[in-house]
Ligand binder design. Structure first.
Ligand code: PRP
Length: 207
């Protein structure tokens, strides 16, 4: 059963509202993306594998756990890189494997320009990071690449999704849960999410 998780945390909704605002400057935009990524990652990692671990406290022994799963972050460049900082605060020991894709303005199809994945998989779980799930083409192409690499436990983590993108990713990869801050209304005729937040990469990097 394909999974779509739309956060209902009030802090996520509050920060997303600020993020959408056309008056929010680039610096604040980046900071909000960092904070939202951390909060969404917290929600998306509630099923990661752990093993029992005992620690000595000043008062005695405590039974705890150790997070065990090897996690790889796969940001889709450029805009996905904005989600890295917040997540790496939460998960300092992750590996980061960048994938470079841009969306052709006319065909809206993803074009790959960077992929340095090694021959053999080095992680057990991949989090695909991209703020926008619009047509879904970039996300589907990235999940295709990761599965070909040999990792099959994959989640998509983004800020905004359009119903078209959710449908396309679920159809191509029904085993990949989607975690976003909001599901928006639709795509416009040039493939932008409405009401959305504009071009996430441009707003992040001031281009
Ligand atoms: C945007 C966005 C996603 C993609 C989403 O990237 O950051 O990667 O489009 O669209 P899709 O779901 O229709 O594939 P863009 O191509 O503008 O590149 P950028 O991140 O370098 O700005």
């Amino acid at each position: 059963m394909p999974e779509l998780h739309v956060s209902n945390h009030p802090l996520v909704k509050h920060k997303l509202t600020l993020l959408r605002d056309v008056h929010t400057n680039h610096r604040t935009f980046r900071e909000l993306v960092r904070e939202l990524a951390l909060l969404l990652c917290y929600e998306a990692t509630q099923d990661i594998q752990t093993s029992p671990k005992t620690v000595t406290t000043p008062m005695g022994l405590a039974e705890g756990v150790k997070a065990e799963e090897l996690i790889g972050l796969v940001p889709i460049m450029r805009a996905g890189m904005g989600l890295l900082d917040g997540i790496m605060e939460l998960l300092p020991d992750v590996q980061v494997w960048h994938i470079g894709l841009y969306r052709d303005e006319h065909t809206l199809r993803p074009v790959q320009y960077y992929n340095r994945l090694p021959g053999e998989p080095t992680v057990q779980l991949c989090l695909v990071l991209d703020p926008m799930l619009a047509t879904g083409g970039s996300a589907v192409a990235t999940v295709d690449i990761i599965k070909k690499w040999g990792v099959n436990r994959i989640k998509f983590l983004g800020l905004l999704a359009a119903p078209e993108g959710v449908g396309r990713l679920h159809e191509a990869h029904p085993d990949v849960p989607i975690h976003v801050a909001e599901l928006d209304e639709h795509l416009n005729d040039i493939g932008f999410i409405v009401p959305g937040l504009g071009d996430a990469g441009d707003r992040m990097f001031g281009t």
